[in-house]
Design a protein around this ligand. Structure first.
Ligand code: SF4
Ligand code: SF4
Length: 353
C-alpha cells in the first residue's frame, strides 16, 4: 500500500487519539482509541469502518488553517481506496477501474456490443419472450461465469483483507452482528441519531442513509427476482415469460424503482458534497459506477414497459450488456465497498468481543 497515504492517516489518527473530542461520532473512534500505535493493518481497518459522513471534519477545531491540518475523512478515504486497489483480485483490475470513470463507461459499451453480437450470432430457435432473442442456454453460458467470477474475486479480496487487519478466525456471532449493523445502516445515523452532514456542513439529515438503503435493498430485490425466476424455471418447471403480478416481476419492479431513485439521489448528494473530504481522484469512478448501477435498474424497467414492442430485442441487449458489465466490474468498483465494510464491521465486532 502507498506509504505516504498510510503515514498521513497515522499522523492524523495519533492527533485524534490525543484529542478524543469525536469519541461518540461513529465506530471509528472507539476502535481508534483502543490503540496506542497504528500498524498498517489498524489503519486499513479504521479506514474501512469509516463511511465518510464528514461529521468529525465539521466538528474539528484542528482543520486548516490550523497547523495540524486535520482532514480525517479524506485521510481515511485515501487509505480505504488504496486498500481496495491493493487487495483486489486480480490487482491490476482494481488499479485500472476503481478511480477511472472512463474505463467503466468503456467496459459498459463493450458489454452492450457483446450482447448485441450474441443476440445476432446465437439467435434463438423458437423460444418465447426474451428467449426468442437469446436462448436460455446462451444466457446461462454468458451470465453464469460473469456471476461466479466476482464471487471468487471478492472472496479472495476479503481473505486478503482479513489477513491485512490481523483479525482472528471469524465467528458466526460476529458475522451476524455485522450483517445486522449493515442491514439497518446504524452508523449512517451519526453518533447522535440525527444523521450526517455529508451534503451540507450545518444540516444533519438522514438523506444519505435513505439513499444507501434504497440502493442496497433495490439491488437485493432485483437479485431476489432473478433467483426466484431461476427456481421457478429449474425446480418448478415454470419457464419465463412471467405475468405482471408474478413474484419475479413484482420483486424486479420494486427493486428497479428503488435502484433508480436511490442512484439518482446518490449522484445528487455526491454533487453537492465537498470533494476535498473524499478520496483524492476517485470522484469520476464513483459517479460512473453509481451511473452504471442506476442504468441497470432503469434499462430493466424500460424493458418491462416495452417488452411487447418491436424495440424489445435492442432493449434486452442494452439491459443485459449493462448487467454483464456491472457484474464483471463489481469487485473493482465502488460496489466492493459493501463487502469490505461488512468485513470491517465483523472485525470490529470481534475486537469488542
Ligand atoms: S477529528 Fe479533530 S476534533 Fe475530532 S478527535 Fe480528531 S482532532 Fe479531535
Ligand atoms: S467521517 Fe464520519 S465515519 Fe468517518 S471518522 Fe469521521 S465521523 Fe467517523
Amino acid at each position: 500500500m502507498q506509504t505516504d497515504l498510510l503515514q498521513e492517516a497515522r499522523r492524523q489518527a495519533e492527533i485524534c487519539n490525543a484529542c478524543r473530542y469525536c469519541e461518540g461520532y461513529c465506530s471509528v473512534f472507539p476502535a481508534l482509541h483502543a490503540e496506542r500505535a497504528f500498524s498498517d493493518g489498524d489503519l486499513t481497518q479504521l479506514a474501512n469502518l469509516c463511511h465518510n459522513c464528514r461529521g468529525c471534519y465539521y466538528a474539528c477545531q484542528y482543520t486548516a488553517p490550523h497547523e495540524f491540518d486535520l482532514n480525517l475523512p479524506q485521510a481515511l478515504a485515501n487509505v480505504r481506496q488504496d486498500s481496495w486497489e491493493e487487495l483486489a483480485f486480480p490487482k491490476a483490475a482494481g488499479k485500472a477501474f476503481q478511480k477511472n470513470g472512463l474505463l467503466i463507461a468503456l467496459a459498459t459499451a463493450i458489454g452492450f456490443a457483446l450482447l448485441f453480437w450474441a443476440a445476432k450470432a446465437l439467435a434463438s430457435q423458437g423460444g418465447e419472450g426474451f428467449y426468442a432473442v437469446l436462448s436460455h442456454n446462451a444466457m446461462v453460458a454468458i451470465f453464469l461465469p460473469a456471476f461466479l467470477f466476482p464471487l471468487l474475486s471478492i472472496g479472495v479480496s476479503l481473505r486478503r483483507y482479513w489477513h491485512r487487519v490481523e483479525a482472528r478466525p471469524l465467528k458466526l456471532a460476529h458475522l451476524v452482528q455485522a450483517v445486522r449493523e449493515a442491514a439497518n445502516m446504524k452508523n449512517l445515523k451519526g453518533g447522535h441519531g440525527d444523521g450526517c452532514n455529508f451534503e451540507d456542513e450545518d444540516r444533519f439529515t438522514h438523506a444519505r442513509r435513505a439513499v444507501h438503503q434504497a440502493v442496497m435493498y433495490g439491488f437485493l430485490l432485483c437479485f431476489a427476482s432473478t433467483s426466484v425466476a431461476t427456481v421457478m424455471h429449474y425446480a418448478l418447471n415454470m419457464p419465463a415469460p412471467y405475468g405482471l403480478f408474478s413474484l419475479p416481476k413484482l420483486l424486479g419492479l420494486t427493486g428497479g424503482l428503488l435502484l433508480v431513485v436511490g442512484c439518482f439521489e446518490m449522484v445528487r448528494l455526491k454533487l453537492r458534497s465537498e470533494r476535498k473530504l473524499g478520496a483524492s481522484g476517485a470522484f469520476g469512478g464513483e459517479i460512473a459506477f453509481v451511473g452504471l448501477l442506476g442504468f441497470v435498474g432503469l434499462s430493466g424497467l424500460v424493458l418491462y414497459a416495452m417488452g411487447q414492442t418491436a424495440a424489445m430485442p435492442s432493449l434486452l441487449a442494452i439491459h443485459l450488456g449493462a448487467v454483464l458489465a456491472f457484474f464483471l466490474l463489481m469487485p473493482f468498483t465502488k460496489m466492493a465497498h459493501g463487502f469490505y465494510r461488512l468485513a470491517a464491521l465483523a472485525a470490529d465486532a470481534q475486537r469488542k468481543g
